[in-house]
Write a protein that binds this ligand. Structure first.
Ligand SMILES: Nc1ncnc2c1ncn2[C@@H]1O[C@H](COP(=O)(O)OP(=O)(O)OP(=O)(O)O)[C@@H](O)[C@H]1O
Ligand code: SF4
Ligand SMILES: [Mg+2]
Length: 401
């Protein structure tokens, strides 16, 4: 077993604060993000660069994650999910807002304190092909974080890597093989093993299954769930559609154009979505009951997602909102930016008229509680996705080991 230096003891493999009873007893959230803003400058001119605007990738995002909790983060491509994850990890310096990790303000952390903090937060990437160095052996890839943080001797690191491979369901004898010798699912397991190397507390899983074959998606989800139970991990689980996060998330945050528009417990979000955008997203998620599914209709949103460098005024969703249209296009949607407010049902929602959604024919129909069709419609596929398989039923096959 690898020994940590005294300065590293607090976060080492052998003495993780994730399993420290004092830390576990702490009631504060592990991660607290308030009003986070990450804008990327747009410049023009080759010699004299002029700042002509900003891509408002993340603009005023607030959420918390409790220790041991999984928060799902969903939204269409380009809405700022990855940027949120990367900014939380402090791979970017935020343009504004505050990030607290385990009670410590890490927003402006730099140098050695940031490096030490980063050991406690790791990322699993979307593409296991692109995120693994093809010229490094599996041992080198998984052991790299230990080497970078100068933990253990080379023999101890080797032992730890073998242990990690076993933990993620890979044969420890694969240590000297290269990434191309593995299947997509196995490569993602290597990515998971690398993320676990430093015994982190928070894992940001950025679309960890969307590049994988449908048949192995459930296996990776199951692996992540098992590892969470075993190591007391906290997850920010990013996905672009709601079906993927359903079974893994305790709560789900829905993002649209750099903002969170709704946060609720996973069950509440599926049963009573109250933001018109969430209702539309949910209408695209098949319900694995053919009788209900045949009656459901998809809500098609008008137009494309607007550019994050010139977001619409007022409510950013107003250019595509079916509810606004149904309410006769109220000016308030265009003139007033709705803040995230908490309803009696416990949902936090950023819509002036969210009360109109609750109990509406659209909500009832999309959640499968009703039978009639809704406004602008198109058929949805009736086949349940692989990720609608419950975690228990999506077991690993020997081929994945
Ligand atoms: N380093 C960067 N510089 C400039 N713009 C960026 C940068 N990273 C992201 N963006 C822009 O910020 C916006 C949000 O991007 P982000 O990758 O966070 O979205 P996403 O929700 O993760 O999308 P996807 O589902 O496609 O992964 C996009 O418009 C993107 O082009
Ligand atoms: S505030 Fe208006 S435009 Fe925005 S989601 Fe609500 S109804 Fe739609
Ligand atoms: Mg992304």
């Amino acid at each position: 077993m690898i020994e940590a230096t005294p300065s590293e003891a607090a976060t080492s493999w052998t003495a993780s604060s994730a399993t420290d009873p004092a830390a576990a007893a702490s009631s504060r959230p592990l991660l607290s993000v308030s009003n986070l803003r990450m804008w990327f400058p747009i410049t023009e001119g080759l010699i004299f660069e002029r700042h002509v605007g900003d891509v408002q990738a993340v603009d005023g995002v607030t959420f918390e994650i409790e220790r041991g909790e999984t928060l799902g983060l969903v939204g269409e491509s380009g809405c700022g999910k990855s940027t949120t994850g990367r900014t939380v990890l402090r791979l970017y310096r935020p343009t504004g807002g505050r990030i607290e990790f385990d009670g410590e303000d890490i927003t402006g952390l730099e140098g050695e304190p940031l490096r030490r903090m980063r050991r406690r937060m790791q990322m699993i990437f979307q593409d296991p092909y692109a995120s693994l160095n093809p010229r490094q052996t599996v041992g080198g890839i998984v052991g790299e974080p230990l080497l970078v943080h100068r933990i253990g001797t080379s023999a101890e690191r080797r032992e730890r890597v073998a242990e990690l491979l076993d933990v993620v369901g890979l044969n420890p004898e694969f240590l000297n093989r290269y990434p191309h010798e593995f299947s997509g699912g196995q490569r993602q397991r290597i990515g998971v093993a690398r993320a676990l190397a430093l015994n982190p507390e928070l894992i940001i899983a950025d679309e960890p299954i969307s590049a994988l074959d449908v048949s192995i998606q459930a296996q990776i989800i199951n692996l992540l769930v098992r590892l969470q139970d075993r190591f007391g991990l906290t997850y920010l689980f990013i996905a672009h559609d709601l079906s993927v996060v359903r079974h893994v998330s305790d709560r789900i945050a829905v993002m649209y154009l750099g903002r969170i528009v709704e946060i609720a417990s996973s069950q509440a979000l599926y049963e009573r979505p109250v933001h018109p955008y969430t209702v539309a997203l949910l209408s695209a998620v098949p319900i694995p009951d053919p009788a209900i599914e045949s009656r459901r209709r998809r809500i098609i949103l008008n137009g494309d997602v607007p550019s994050p460098s010139a977001p619409p005024s007022g409510c950013r969703f107003h250019t595509r909102c079916w509810l606004r249209e149904r309410l006769g296009n109220p000016d308030r949607c265009v003139s007033e930016d709705p803040s995230l407010r908490v309803l009696a049902s416990g949902h936090a929602v950023a819509c002036h008229f969210a009360e109109e959604v609750d109990g509406s024919p659209e909500q009832v129909q999309v959640t499968g509680r009703g039978s009639g069709p809704v406004g602008a419609t198109a058929p949805t596929p009736a086949t349940p996705s692989a990720t609608d398989v419950t975690p228990e039923s999506g077991g690993e096959t020997p081929a994945e080991r």
